[in-house]
Design a protein around this ligand. Structure first.
Ligand code: ATP
Ligand code: MG
Length: 238
């Protein structure tokens, strides 16, 4: 078995004096899609924010390709190979599709022909974005905004893409498109994906393995085939 790309061991996070992560342990291997599941409020987003350096660790270990992330600022984690699509997508509503993408390139210092090539790759992956380059982000549908947010995160060629509930508030036909995109990315062999998601069938369709969290810790994990209806009932349903 290959060395993990991402390794999180016993990660603890406090927010306002409350222990929100109580020792999260998980791994993502190269070229793997891993679902991080769990009911509302169990700490999924906090786990991703801690990975991005947006929440400090109280204790624990986080490594990417063997290098510790602990204490690194967010921009250094992005340079180390983490791409992040936050819950709710966070695109700029008053900027056009292309401006939304270019801002990320500017932030990461990608210029000239490299910038053009990175944009073209995203447009190839998401033809709808190419069609709507001049539209304002705010007028796109939820699914198009999600594609824009994923495309933006891919511009910096992350080794690991962190996705927070990409299907939330998106209609079924577009969910399928996003699933196709994730499978395409996986098939390209270029990156791994840690997918925070509550939509069980979506996880079954795209993930290789799963972790289920409850109250700040992982309670069960395994290959996605082990995500049976019984497991869902016991660990994931409200
Ligand atoms: N800024 C904050 N201030 C106070 N408490 C917070 C804050 N952010 C998160 N929490 C608390 O931490 C816990 C975990 O939140 P988190 O957002 O990680 O959950 P989640 O699993 O992503 O939930 P959801 O599925 O609803 O997005 C919750 O109990 C939440 O109330
Ligand atoms: Mg969340």
């Amino acid at each position: 078995m290959s060395d993990p790309l991402l390794s999180v061991q016993s990660a603890e996070v406090d927010i306002d004096g409350s222990r929100i992560l109580r020792g999260v342990t998980l791994e993502v291997r190269p070229n793997e899609v891993v679902a991080l599941m769990g009911r509302n409020g169990v700490g999924k987003t906090t786990t991703l924010r801690a990975l991005m350096g947006l929440r400090p660790l109280r204790s624990g270990v986080m490594t990417l390709a063997g290098t510790s992330l602990v204490g690194l600022p967010t921009d250094a984690r992005a340079r180390a190979g983490l791409g992040y699509v936050p819950q709710g997508r966070d695109i700029f509503p008053h900027l056009t599709v292309e401006e939304n993408l270019r801002i990320s390139l500017v932030v990461h210092g990608v210029k000239g022909s490299a910038a053009r090539a990175a944009l073209d790759e995203v447009y190839t992956l998401f033809p709808i974005l190419k069609q709507f380059v001049a539209r304002k982000g705010g007028v796109l549908s939820g699914g198009q905004q999600q594609q824009l947010a994923i495309g933006r995160a891919l511009l910096t060629k992350p080794k690991l893409l962190l996705l927070d509930e990409p299907t939330e508030g998106i209609q079924p036909s577009i969910i399928e498109e996003i699933g196709d995109t994730l499978r395409k990315l996986r098939a390209s062999g270029r990156l791994s994906i840690l997918l925070v998601e509550q939509y069980v069938d979506f996880c079954r369709a795209v993930a290789d393995r799963f972790y289920a969290m409850d109250r700040g810790a992982v309670t069960i994990s395994g290959p996605i085939a082990d995500l049976t209806d019984e497991v869902v009932k016991e660990h994931l349903q409200v």
